[in-house]
Write a protein that binds this ligand. Structure first.
Ligand SMILES: C[C@H]1O[C@@H](n2cnc3c(O)ncnc32)[C@H](O)[C@@H]1O
Ligand SMILES: [Zn+2]
Length: 425
C-alpha cells in the first residue's frame, strides 16, 4: 500500500520546503507535486510539520517499569543499592511489558528508532516487532571479572544475535552490549570486539560517565577509560559509547581517530549529577555525537523533543555561551547523527530514504505564532505535539491514536508487572 502525505511542510537539517511525500513499501519514492490518485492512503498534513523520525541512541527500554523509583541518587549508589537488586527479579514477561510501554511512549513522542541495551532481549525484540519500531538491541553483559559469568554473558549475546538479528523485516539488528569498562573484564571486552568485528556488528557500551569511573579505571589499569579501551584495541567505528562525560583532550583525539560514535544523554547525566559532556567540542572535531534518553528510571521519560531542548540549554550554560549547540545542531544530533550511528538509511527526508516520518501539529498554543520550524521543534515542542508516526512505511500512530496495539491495555499490563516486580524486592 502506498501512502501520500499531502500539503506537508517538510523539515530536516537540510531545510524547510513545502510539498507532498509519496511512500511505497518501506521507502520515500517521490517528493514534490504528487497527484492524489498516486496514493492508496492519503494523509493531509496541512498545519503539520513532517520531520524525520527521531533516533534515540541510548535506552534501556524495559526500565520504564522502574520509572519514579530511586530518584535523586548518584549513579553508583543508584545502580548498586536500588537498580541491580531489583533487576535480579526480572523475567521475560516483565521485560516484555516494560518494553511495550517504552515502545508506546516513544511512538507517542516521535521516536522511530533506538539503540537498546538490557536483559531478556528476545522479549524486548518481540515488543519492538509488535509495535513496528526500528531498533538495534543488545544483551547487557556484566561479568565483574568472573570467568564463568563472562562465558555465560557471551553465550547469551550470541544466542540473541542468532535469534534476533534481522528480525521484523530487518527492522531489528543485534549489537553486542558490554555494560562498561568498570563492570566488564578485559577478556570480555576483547572477545566482544573480536566477535563484533568478525560478524560486522555494532558494540554498545557505557563509557566515562562519572568521575568515580575514571578513578576506578585509572586505579585498575593506570589509564583513563578511552585510553584503556584504545590500548586493548577495543575502539572502532562500530562502537557506540554512551555518556562520554569526563574526557581529556587526549581522549577526544582517541574518539576522533577511532571514529567512535558518542551518544549524549544530558537529562540522565543531570539527574544522576554525573557531569556535563563536552559535546560542542566533540562536534567541532567532527565526531558523530547523537542523542539518547538513557532508561526511564534515570530520565524519567523517553521524550526526545524534551531531550533536544535540554541538550542545547546545557551546553550554553556550561560554556556560558548562548551560541553553543544551536537548535539546528541538536536537531541534527537527533536525526542524521542518530541514523549514522545506528547505520540506518534515514534521518533525512529524501527520495530513497526509509519512510520513518513524524507529523507534528503546529496548531497548538505552544507552537504559536509559527515562525521558525527548527527553533519551535527544539525549544517549544514536546512529545504531545506529535500526531502521526510512520516507520518502514507503516502507520504506527495516526491522529494521536496508536494503531499497532491497545495503549490502555499496555499501561495496565506494565502497571501490574511493575507492582509485582517491586513486591518481590
Ligand atoms: C544494562 C544495565 O545498565 C544499567 N544502566 C542503566 N542506566 C545506566 C547508566 O546510566 N549507567 C550505567 N548503567 C546503567 C541497567 O540498570 C542495567 O543493569
Ligand atoms: Zn545507560
Amino acid at each position: 500500500m502506498s501512502i501520500l502525505i499531502k500539503n506537508a511542510k517538510i523539515v530536516d537539517v537540510k531545510g524547510t520546503r513545502k510539498g507532498s511525500i509519496l511512500i511505497e513499501d518501506d521507502k520515500i519514492v517521490k517528493i514534490g507535486d504528487i497527484r492524489e490518485d498516486e496514493g492508496d492512503k492519503i494523509i493531509d498534513a496541512s498545519d503539520k510539520l513532517v520531520i524525520p523520525g527521531l533516533i534515540n541512541t541510548h535506552t534501556h527500554l524495559s526500565m520504564t517499569l522502574f520509572r519514579g523509583i530511586a530518584d535523586d541518587l548518584q549513579l553508583h549508589k543508584w545502580l548498586e543499592n536500588y537498580i541491580w537488586p531489583l533487576e535480579k527479579h526480572l523475567n521475560e514477561d516483565y521485560c516484555y511489558a516494560g518494553a511495550l510501554l517504552g515502545c508506546i511512549e516513544m511512538i507517542k513522542s516521535g521516536t522511530t528508532a533506538f539503540n537498546d541495551m538490557y536483559f531478556y532481549m528476545d522479549s524486548v525484540a518481540k515488543a519492538i516487532e509488535k509495535c513496528g519500531l526500528r531498533a538495534v538491541i543488545s544483551h547487557g553483559m556484566i561479568d565483574l571479572n568472573n570467568e564463568d559469568k563472562m562465558k555465560k554473558e557471551i553465550k547469551e549475546s550470541k544466542r540473541i544475535v542468532k535469534k534476533c538479528h534481522g528480525m521484523a523485516d530487518g527492522r531489528i539488528s543485534v549489537a553486542l552490549g558490554p555494560h562498561s569498562p568498570y563492570t566488564c573484564s578485559e577478556k570480555l571486552l576483547k572477545k566482544t570486539s573480536k566477535y563484533a568485528n568478525k560478524n560486522n556488528l555494532k558494540i554498545h557500551i557505557h563509557v566515562s560517565e562519572t568521575r568515580e569511573e575514571i578513578k576506578t579505571i585509572k586505579e585498575r589499569y593506570g589509564m583513563r577509560p578511552f585510553e584503556y579501551l584504545d590500548d586493548i584495541g577495543f575502539l572502532g567505528e562500530n562502537v557506540i559509547a554512551a555518556h562520554a562525560v569526563w574526557l581529556s583532550e587526549e581522549e577526544i583525539k582517541i574518539i576522533k581517530n577511532n571514529n567512535v560514535k558518542i551518544s549524549h544523554n544530558p537529562v540522565s547525566n543531570m539527574k544522576l549529577a554525573s557531569g556535563i559532556s563536552p559535546v560542542s567540542k566533540m562536534l567541532d572535531e567532527n565526531i558523530t555525537v547523537s542523542l539518547g534518553t538513557d532508561g526511564a528510571a534515570s530520565n524519567n521519560n523517553l521524550d526526545m523533543l524534551e531531550e533536544m531542548k535540554i541538550a542545547a540549554l546545557l551546553q550554553k550554560v556550561h560554556y556560558l555561551d548562548p551560541t553553543k549547540l544551536s537548535a539546528k545542531d541538536v536537531f541534527a544530533m537527533a536525526t542524521i547523527n542518530g541514523a549514522k550511528t545506528l547505520g540506518i538509511n534515514a534521518g533525512l527526508i529524501e527520495v530513497g530514504k526509509k519512510a520513518d516520518l513524524v507529523l507534528i501539529n503546529v496548531k497548538r498554543c505552544n507552537l504559536t505564532p509559527f515562525r521558525n520550524p527548527i527553533s519551535h521543534l527544539v525549544y517549544s515542542a514536546n512529545g504531545y505535539n506529535v500526531t502521526t508516526v510512520i516507520v518502514d512505511g507503516k502507520i504506527l500512530m495516526e491522529d494521536n491514536v496508536v494503531q499497532v496495539i491497545n495503549e490502555k491495555e499496555v499501561m495496565e499490563i506494565a502497571e501490574n508487572a511493575s507492582d509485582e516486580l517491586l513486591s518481590k524486592s
